[in-house]
Design a protein around this ligand. Structure first.
Ligand code: PD2
Ligand code: ZN
Length: 218
């Protein structure tokens, strides 16, 4: 079952200090593509803040719950604490205004950098209940309920965010974003939100991800 979607009939969403354009919408799964969430300068500043801090990305081990390097995820990234810099505070407030999840429900922002050939194979962002390692993750804020991915640059070729089970993909553009929600108020998770980052065929790709939790994430 699906809850009422975010911004159901809006073409423009006011998020405090900016107006964000709704560019596309899907109902099942709930996906919304947004234009102009960040300015060009803000995207550049997020990249500049991250460039020297990047580390190879990891994936969660399904049994133990710890983080490991994995061929499914060829990127490098950095996690920021909530409110770690003025820019991050501003962006987090904007995301809260947009998603209606309070800033405290967000994990720290993650910036990811994919080089030529880099990809993130299809996965779910929520923690699978049948994995032993999940209990550990649920202790902090419970389940993940929704994801916002912000594109920080234009990719020359490839690098879309793909939803393979519903035949949909989002071509990133600097400052734009994709929001998708996979857990409803009854705690049901939506397997149609299987998604991945297609290989970058030319150029490089920078994104920023905000994962949202059902309860405050501490
Ligand atoms: O880089 C992407 O497009 C992508 C794809 C799938 C990012 C994520 N998942 C994520 O950050 O969860
Ligand atoms: Zn993901």
């Amino acid at each position: 079952q699906y809850d009422a979607p975010l911004g159901a009939d809006a073409n423009l969403i006011h998020v405090g200090d900016r107006d964000v354009h709704v560019l596309a919408r899907m109902r099942q799964p709930e996906v919304m593509v947004l234009g102009g969430l960040l300015s060009d300068d803000e995207c550049e500043a997020m990249i500049a803040l991250s460039r020297d801090k990047l580390r190879p990305s990891t994936v969660v081990d399904p049994e133990r719950g710890d983080e490991n390097l994995h061929a499914d995820r060829s990127s490098e990234g950095v996690f920021f604490q909530r409110g770690e810099a003025d820019l991050i505070t501003r962006v987090e407030q904007r995301i809260a205004a947009l998603t209606h999840y309070a800033v405290e429900h967000g994990e720290g922002l993650q910036v990811l950098h994919y080089r030529h050939g880099g990809e993130y194979r299809p996965h779910f962002d929520y923690f699978p209940l049948d994995h032993k390692g999940t209990a550990r993750h649920l202790q902090h804020g419970g389940q993940r309920v929704a994801t916002l991915i912000v594109y920080l640059n234009d990719v020359q070729s490839g690098g879309e965010t793909i939803f393979p089970d519903v035949g949909f993909s989002v071509v990133g553009r600097r400052g734009n974003a994709v929001y998708f929600r996979y857990m409803n108020e009854r705690g049901q998770r939506d397997r149609k939100t299987l998604h991945g980052g297609a290989p970058v065929l030319a150029g490089e790709k920078w994104i920023m991800t905000k994962w949202l939790r059902e309860r405050p994430y501490i």
